[in-house]
Design a protein around this ligand. Structure first.
Ligand SMILES: [Fe+2]
Length: 395
């Protein structure tokens, strides 16, 4: 069964892309939509988005391939919250607030590593991979503490489809399955849990929504990217929504070979093409340089409304060898250049224009239904109380 995962839905999406390719059209939103330009520049709005979106919803914080072995860990700051993601000797991924229960110091400042125990660099208290306090430095002199009350704080975590989701609110009752809306079953088709984490880099960008709009946007591709990968590409996209998550495809203008191939022989490259976004902050795009790979872009809000940080993570289906290594590295450098020099340079400049009050409203066309849906979900999540979040995602 493993290799047929999601096959019915994925083939249906290819047939849809062929049908639109034949008619040289795309599905259109009912109308043009506008949102207030202040949504991108208002510091108060930004705080609300961080609190109600980033701190309440599951966030894809790491691919499994980044911490594949028992003892592997990843420490990072997410929306101002220090987190420590560990894989125990039992293989289970757990997430803790990266704060010693003595005084709150970060237990590690290394972004990734492998450790059986975490020794606090401040006073030397020791914790195991399950977050339990195992040792108090100079315990007799320190005095009595009930170790069971000094475990690290655990955050809701799930690992599926080779990706790790974490909720920053430790009291959250958001149900992962309801939130993922079946999308993870389609992502499973990539087989990421067996892929190789090749490298990553961080890029500074504009407001997180300016950046995210770009990942959903094919309308700009032949124009903004005319000097790089865009000139021969369509400016049309087909969006398939699973809850708030959207897969983006081109309509397939060249379909005759595909139609002549039995559907059960369609390759994974065909079935998984395009961009897979995960609400609210992930984009996964395939590439072929140096072997089959994906770039996972993870957007996090920056310190202020006008800033974001994007980590580009490059995963390869198999570790590149020999000349593949150079080809893969060239592909990564190219992807970084495209995003940094074209998308984010444009985004940072438009951010300044919006801040200067150049526009009252920002407009999304009927052909930009992906961004329309994205901003609709942003508004809906912000307007929803904690107790009603599962109902919102259950639709
Ligand atoms: Fe772009």
């Amino acid at each position: 069964m493993g290799h047929t995962l999601g096959a019915v839905e994925l083939r249906e999406m290819v047939r849809t892309a062929i049908a639109y390719g034949k008619t040289r059209s795309i599905p259109l939103a009912p109308s043009v939509m506008t949102i207030p330009a202040s949504n991108y520049v208002d510091p108060w709005r930004f705080e609300v988005e961080v609190e109600r979106i980033f701190k309440r919803l599951p966030l894809m914080l790491a691919p499994s391939a980044e911490i594949p072995r028992p003892g592997d860990y990843k420490a990072m700051e997410v929306a101002g919250v220090p987190v420590l993601i560990t894989r125990g000797q039992d293989g289970v991924v757990r997430t803790f607030l990266n704060a010693c229960s003595h005084r709150g110091a970060n237990l590690t400042t290394e972004p990734t590593g492998n450790a059986k125990r975490f020794v606090c660099p401040y006073h030397g208290w020791t914790f195991d991979q399950q977050g339990a306090l195992r040792g108090v430095a100079s315990a007799e002199e320190f005095g009595e503490v009930d170790k069971d009350c000094y475990s690290l704080r655990t955050l809701p975590t799930t690992e599926r489809s080779g990706l790790i989701w974490v909720v920053l609110d430790r009291n959250s009752t958001v149900d992962f399955d309801t939130f993922l809306s079946g999308y993870d079953a389609l992502l499973e088709r990539f087989g990421f849990k067996d892929w190789h984490f090749q490298s990553s880099r961080v890029i500074k960008g504009p407001n997180w929504k300016v950046a995210y709009d770009g990942y959903l946007d094919y309308y700009h591709i032949p124009v903004l990217h005319r000097e790089t990968f865009g000139p021969d590409m369509l400016n049309q996209a087909i969006y398939s929504a699973f809850g708030p998550h959207q897969r983006v495809q081109f309509p397939l203008r060249e379909y005759s070979e595909l139609e002549a191939t039995p559907e059960d022989a369609w390759t994974d490259e065909t079935l998984l093409s395009g961009v897979w976004t995960i609400f609210p902050h992930i984009s996964i795009a395939s590439f072929g340089g140096g072997g089959r790979g994906v770039m996972i872009s993870q957007l996090l809000p920056g310190a202020t409304v006008g800033e974001s940080l994007t980590t580009q993570m490059y995963l390869m289906q198999t570790p590149p060898e020999g000349p593949e290594i150079k080809a893969a590295e060239e592909q990564f450098a190219f992807l970084r250049r495209v995003v940094e020099d074209e998308d984010y340079t444009t985004g940072l400049a438009l951010q300044k224009a919006l801040k200067a009050g150049a526009l009252d409203k920002v407009t999304f066309g009927r052909n930009e239904s992906g961004a329309q849906r994205f901003h609709g979900w942003v508004d809906k999540v912000i307007a929803t109380d904690d107790a009603d979040l599962n109902a919102l995602f259950a639709g």
